[in-house]
Design a protein around this ligand. Structure first.
Ligand code: ADP
Ligand code: MG
Length: 283
């Protein structure tokens, strides 16, 4: 939550690079009494992998949902390749080249692996619009093989798969789309070390090609330092650190999070003291 203000000097101000593909300035979002985002400034360069970090409830998913057109910010502005960007929906964002792996995955349990991979962008035959299942099966298999993830049957409904396999499908689906900006919300969360390593390898290959730009929410700092060019850390509803990965360290990131806990704890204690303070004697 973002209700205790971070000192102003700690707030990362809007900044940009010549090769930015995406920029967000002064993004704010409330849910009733909860301030999820207060004043977020963030940019993404072409071909870059940006790690978006922050504690649980920091507002990372909210920011991703705003960028991918699922939710609208209360205030603030976004630009895509230099043009003002205000997506009307997830489909609109996708039409602009932004594709997303959601934290809650958005797979349809009853559908097969390959139908899930083509969800809402089904390949159809022409002139009569039947689903082109043969093509979808072939492409789904190819996309999964490229990642190196083994799914025994792409005919099986995804309900039968493990968390890691489901996540692999969600990632493969997004990566095999022709989007040029990928938003990955905790893509490795349900994965074992081996599957996670494969996804990171895939991200590494995409990075080498240099065409796709990625914002990725991660919790494991080892993954951050293995896969990302830069980190943006959200605390108290603002980005409070924005640095190339090569210029920060696990120690620095931990230090910021520990300090955040300390301040949150102090705020709670101050509140308790206030509540315990004797009331005015009155009359
Ligand atoms: N749809 C919603 N309605 C009410 N509160 C929400 C909603 N979505 C998120 N929040 C709240 O906003 C804050 C940020 O949530 P979220 O963006 O999911 O954080 P993160 O992904 O960093 O863990 C949390 O306090 C969360 O409970
Ligand atoms: Mg989240």
């Amino acid at each position: 939550m973002a209700d205790q203000a971070l000192p102003l000097e700690r707030v990362v101000r809007p900044s940009s690079a010549d090769d930015d593909v995406f920029r967000a300035e002064h993004i704010a979002k409330r849910f009733g009494p909860i301030t999820a985002l207060r004043d977020v400034n963030l940019h993404l360069r072409k071909g870059e992998v940006l790690a978006l970090l922050g504690d649980n409830g920091a507002g990372k998913t909210t920011l991703i949902k705003i960028i991918c057109g699922f939710q609208k910010q209360d205030s603030g502005t976004m630009w895509l390749k230099g043009e003002p960007y205000a997506p009307k929906s997830v489909l609109d964002a996708r039409a602009h080249g932004i594709d997303t792996v959601y934290q809650d995955l958005a797979l349809v349990d009853e559908l097969s692996v390959y139908h899930n991979m083509f969800l809402r962008r089904e390949r159809v035959l022409r002139p009569i619009p039947f689903l082109n299942n043969v093509l979808m099966r072939r492409e789904a298999r190819k996309a999964l093989d490229e990642i190196g993830i083994h799914i025994p049957s792409i005919h099986a409904p995804v309900a039968r798969l493990s968390g890691g396999q489901r996540q692999a499908i969600a990632v493969a689906r997004t990566v095999s789309s022709d989007a040029d900006i990928l938003l990955l919300d905790e893509p490795l969360a349900a994965m074992g070390a081996k599957e996670g390593g494969m996804i990171l390898d895939l991200i590494g290959r995409l990075k080498e090609q240099g065409e796709v730009s990625i914002i990725m929410i991660l919790h494991n700092y080892a993954h951050v330092f293995a896969a990302c060019d830069r980190v943006s850390l959200i605390t108290d509803g603002v980005v409070s650190l924005d640095k190339p990965t090569s210029e920060t360290s696990v120690e620095e990131l931990n230090e910021i999070v520990v300090e955040e806990y300390r301040r949150a704890r102090q705020a709670v204690m101050a509140g308790e003291l206030e509540a315990e303070a004797p009331q005015d004697a009155g009359e």
